[in-house]
Design a protein around this ligand. Sequence first.
Ligand code: ADP
Length: 741
Amino acid sequence: MKRIGVLTSGGDAPGMNAAVRSVVRTGLNLGAELLAIYEGYQGMVDGGDQIRPIGWNEVGGILYQGGTIIGTARSPEFRERSGRLKAAQNLIKNKIDRLVIIGGDGSLTGADVLRQEWSGLLEELVEDGQISPAEAERHQQLTIAGLPGSIDNDLLGTDISIGADTALHRITDAIDALTSTAASHQRAFVVEVMGRNCGYLALMGALASGADWVLIPESPPDLDEWEEKMCQVLRQGREIGRRDSIVVVAEGARDRHGNLITCDYVKQVLEERLQEDARVTILGHVQRGGSPSVFDRNLSTLLGEMAVKTVLDDDEAGKSYLIAMQNNNIVRVDLADCLKRTRQMAAAIEGNDYKRAMELRGSSFRSAFRVMRTMVRTQPHAREAGQRVLRLAVVHGGAPAPGMNTAVRVAVRLGLDKGHTMMGVYNGFQGLINNDIQEFNWMSVSGWAPLGGSELGTNRHIPGGSDLYAIARNLEEWKIDGLLVVGGWAAYQAAQVLYNQRKNYPVFDIPIICLPATIDNDLPGSELSVGADTALNSIMDAVDKIKQSAVASRRVFVVEVMGRRCGYLALMSALATGAERVYMHEEGVALTDMVEDVNQLTAGFKEGKRLGLIIRSEGANQTYSTDFMTSLFREEAGDLFDVRQAVLGHLQQGGNPKPFDRNLATRLATDCISTLEERILAGQKESACIGLMGGKVTYTDFDDLPRLMDLENDRPKQQWWLDLRPIARVLAQPGPGTAPV
Ligand code: ADP
């Protein structure tokens, strides 16, 4: 029997519980024995009942909880070889030679040290008679899978670590709230966020919330007189009508000489030089706390699964890996190498080598920083002499998706900053027909970053017939050189109508770029669309509440989510909430499935199950509707359990965009503006859709769209997330006896 020890260590991070649940259940499902090591390395050193078997049901009902149910600690003893000797002895006594460790760089360094010392430690234990030679022989090699658990996102080797997305939720919520109070009083706020050696939270939080200045450890302000530069921008901001000034400071922010920049210092500078009332808010541990976001729950779940498969693989015995997310894929990478690079980063900052620090952070980080520097400007850069000024328009299409406004804000400001003329089209393609178009300036999009809905307005109208003539006339009148279309499938279709009619209307023969923005995530050419993450979090919040409401009452809930014929929202929300059954159009719904579900539910409730959760995608099946399913289950349940339905409806399209959507919108809109500019200046007329594929920005030509789409069902033929069905199914299976979730 293979035995796996699982522990959480160092600073806690929201999502650690989802990782523990995934490790335990994946391991048990693969036939391993799982032991939890409580209170991090201290539990490993102390042994006894700090190391004990953990079962399927013990990790039920923890997905929504922040922190870690198996505890975490900092263990000075484990830092010493003597402590690790005790830890090794306890592992051997518990027959553990495979470890999954969820923690930050400190914890993972400790793990790698333990692995390197392992054979020496065992020799010493044998010599001292603490373990038998046979025991040492049986556990010659220690295999380690480390999961990056750190809200700071400071580990190199993974694009993102467990807890960072949730921390960004806390940060953007806080800055959004401070922005409204700051605007009311025309005040300045200095906000400190976590991150000693890593400006990720500060930068992404500031960019997502439309803050006015950011200070990070990796790239201190250029000038010795940075204070004056900051004040100048904030002063000019007031002059052009900004009512709030928000400065975001990373905990480890520093100047070019390596001196820490504290919030109090920034406040003093603002008060002295701007004569403004400035307030400091240190977000502190709030950033660590609370229920994990959908992204963190699902990231943890997938990393946990890969970790277990890695430590159970005999070919990997004696190695240590970081289980990481790279380019939207779960991969395993050499742990020692990641730790080495993480140390290099810290050394670069410590040694004031900021060029190196920014290099190590990677291109997305550098690009985000560049965009941030542009967005905080109070006016665009001056045009270059003789430059060609392009006229670019932005239009929406399809249903509203949270993050649309963020995309428009970024596109407009970056376009203006490149010296171009930017126009906003109101009310979707209907606005192009009705000439509902306005030239935008820098402040036209002020305050749009955090706004849900669509300030420009959007609808599903797809032009045809006489519409085309009207659109042609308006494009001509406004001399539009290129069009950015932000929206869902209706937007893509509308754009293709213009593209296909370019022979008849030469004015349509301009580059058109579509940016995916729909909560359904059902567009070709992109693994993710803007708005889907916000919708998933709305679903998750609702389902968490529904589950709580049902705890004592032996109830089954059938929750209907949006998505039309695309099951993305259904599957990903099921993965994040532990729903035991998902119905979606891709798999179809058969009567026999429902009968099987009834049988399983009946058996479960007879054994003491208290709650059942089924998520049904709205377009799963026309005949077997949510009403039908609920009635069927209710009829069959008799007195054994109660069945209720919850149709979540439009709350899924609303709400302010979550940081993931804001940052995705920013990244895509940034690239769209550069690409439109490049294509127009090069005389190219190709139209395309931008997207993220394998985590990288890519473009798909309009001509390829029909080939990629399942046109009967309005969804892409290939949907990467369908591969996640097995893990969703396995983890939500009922354990012996009680509740599955
Ligand atoms: P984090 O994992 O969040 O970075 P810490 O740096 O506090 O948190 O590390 C957590 C624990 O990992 C420490 O208390 C210690 O037990 C262990 N640890 C950290 N660094 C080392 C090291 N270099 N060698 C051995 N153990 C270490």
